[in-house]
Design a protein. Structure first.
Ligand SMILES: [Zn+2]
Length: 270
């Protein structure tokens, strides 16, 4: 197989020599969703790049420009906290003003129509919730909030970034003076076990697993679709690029995620 570039979208030349995504591929996915009782979506950066949010790991992304601050460094010294807040304030600009796109919207409507059980996401941008999704399991936390590491008080991110920009110092907790940090999982920080457990059990109970916009390389992203499939789910991968799990999938659609979801949704007629 090889990818063929056409204006705006990447299409796949399949083994049968047919080019592009065939309507029957979308119909097949729609059919599985119609038949399913417990479909689950797993999403990665690819669904949000269509909202203009850069993939942090991509060239030009925030981690290509900056040396990440590891969690133990953050805890250990004030200089690292300063650098962390500088980077986070810079990254905050990437999020500001971003709105959900059609892909987020379709997933939210499927949840409301009981087609989808919920969304597991690697994203920290909160756009699934903005689109109306209710059950969102955020593996890497959320950039929408800042937490006090001492008393767990939670703050809206905007006010804390403003405080950092105004004073040049990492903001401390109003209640206890504790260290504050974005409610995201940092480099070198463990994922929260209860979140991983919830994602794992939702995956295990799925009868259709839609893996959307994830390169499926980072753990546990690489494992959740496998867990779902091992437990009997059909695995559908929607991503512009190849993934290491493509050979396992029941259906792979390499195309703009928003367009793919819109096509499937059109067939479902929700
Ligand atoms: Zn506190």
């Amino acid at each position: 197989m090889h990818a063929v570039e056409v204006p705006g979208i990447v299409v796949l030349s399949g083994n049968d020599g047919q080019q592009g995504v065939r309507l029957m591929d979308f119909e097949q996915v729609a059919q599985w969703l119609r038949e399913s009782q417990r479909a689950v979506a797993f999403t990665g950066a690819g669904i949000s790049t269509e909202s203009g949010i850069p993939d942090f790991r991509s060239p030009g992304g925030v981690w290509a420009r900056n040396k990440p601050v590891y969690y133990d460094e953050f805890l250990a010294n004030a200089e690292s906290r300063q650098e962390y807040w500088r980077q986070k304030s810079e990254a905050h600009v990437d999020f500001a003003g971003s709105v959900p796109n059609v892909g987020h919207g379709v997933l939210a409507s499927w949840e409301q129509n009981r087609i989808l059980q919920g969304v597991i996401t690697q994203n920290i941008d909160g756009l699934h919730q903005d689109a109306g999704s209710r059950r969102v399991i955020e593996l890497h936390g959320t950039a929408r909030f800042v937490d006090c590491l001492s008393c767990a008080r939670r703050y809206e991110v905007d006010q804390m970034v403003e405080r950092f920009q105004a004073t040049g110092n990492p903001p401390t907790c109003d209640d206890c003076g504790g260290i504050t940090k974005h409610a995201t999982i940092s480099f070198g920080q463990q994922l929260q076990p209860q979140i991983v457990d919830e994602a794992t059990s939702l995956s295990r109970s799925a009868d259709v697993m839609l893996a959307i916009g994830s390169s499926l390389v980072v753990e546990p992203a690489a494992s959740l679709p496998r867990i779902a499939q091992a437990a009997g789910a059909r695995l559908v991968i929607l991503n512009r690029d190849e993934t290491p799990l493509d050979h396992l999938a029941d259906q792979v659609i390499r195309r703009s995620i928003g367009e793919s979801l819109r096509e499937i949704n059109k067939i479902l007629g929700t």
